[in-house]
Design a protein around this ligand. Structure first.
Ligand SMILES: [Zn+2]
Ligand SMILES: [Zn+2]
Length: 280
């Protein structure tokens, strides 16, 4: 995100690598989250071309637009799913606040799934990996056998996978499929966007797949034999939530698991307000 500290850290790290910010020619943004796209405008103003997966770019323009329609839609959607009003207000306020740490960008070059992008003279293959966001993309350096995994595969934490009113239909289904699709890539080194580089891609993918199996079971257990709204289920799955951001991630992640189960005939949504869920 574009904060004073983050910009200082970026400049310091580039200097340590012997690179001035003006030397950066091209930047690939894996997805629209503020901790990934936040300083792209700063790099653009220093002379870099910004490249993104085309459909992710369209969503980024909507998400960070001044009318913040996506944030308002989410507010209404969370209300329907039982989020208490004060928590929902906090969610909206903190999201709007974060938007102030995202640079405006003049021009972004759009790239397609499967396209080769020239990054520093290397041919890097873009691969669409939906789930964490609808059009998240990873980069594969086939010659060096390196995967730039963005937030798709992380070594110590699991990526947040959330269902929003504007999302694709089944983000968790997308995510698990996209994990299986990278599991056997011929890479020996993974450079994630959070945490340290790691080598065992297949092993880490298997851990994350098993984690979501557990969480799907826990979601069914949290419903039990009752009809419950998503926020109640969320608080059973995530008893400790320390900020408005965590509240948002937790409810969206719970909804993604509920939608996954719904699409596979395990639960159904009852259209009351708040909407309630029961096992089939
Ligand atoms: Zn992210
Ligand atoms: Zn991230």
């Amino acid at each position: 995100m574009h904060t004073t500290e983050a910009e200082a850290a970026l400049r310091a790290a580039l200097a340590e690598a012997g690179v001035a910010i003006e030397d950066v020619r091209r930047v690939f943004v894996t997805h629209l989250h503020p901790d990934h796209i936040g300083m792209a405008g700063t790099l653009e103003r220093a002379g870099a071309e910004i490249v993104m997966h085309g459909p992710e770019l369209e969503n980024a323009s909507r998400m960070w637009s001044r009318d913040h329609s996506m944030i308002d839609e989410t507010y209404a959607w969370f209300e329907r799913h039982g989020m208490p009003r004060d928590v929902d207000e906090g969610m909206r306020a903190s999201w709007l606040e974060i938007g102030r740490a995202v640079d405006a960008i003049e021009r972004v070059t759009s790239a397609s799934d499967g396209e080769d992008v020239d990054l520093g003279g290397r041919r890097i293959r873009l691969k669409w990996t939906p789930g964490h966001t609808d059009y998240h993309a990873v980069l594969i350096d086939g010659a060096e056998r390196v995967l730039f995994s963005g937030d798709h595969v992380l070594p110590r934490i699991t990526s947040n996978v959330g269902l929003y009113p504007y999302s694709r239909d089944d983000p968790l289904g997308d995510f698990l499929d996209a994990l299986r699709a990278v599991r056997t890539l011929p890479v020996t080194r993974v450079l994630p966007a959070h945490g340290d580089p790691f080598d065992d891609l297949a092993g880490r993918v298997d851990q994350i797949l098993a984690h979501h199996e557990d969480r799907l079971r826990a979601t069914l257990d949290a419903i039990g034999d009752a009809e419950r709204d998503a926020y109640t289920i969320c608080r059973a799955l995530f008893p400790v939530l320390r900020s408005a951001h965590e509240e948002r991630f937790a409810l969206a992640e719970t909804l993604a698991h509920l939608r996954y189960l719904e699409r596979r005939g395990k639960v159904r949504e009852l259209g009351a307000k708040p909407a309630r869920w029961s096992r089939t």
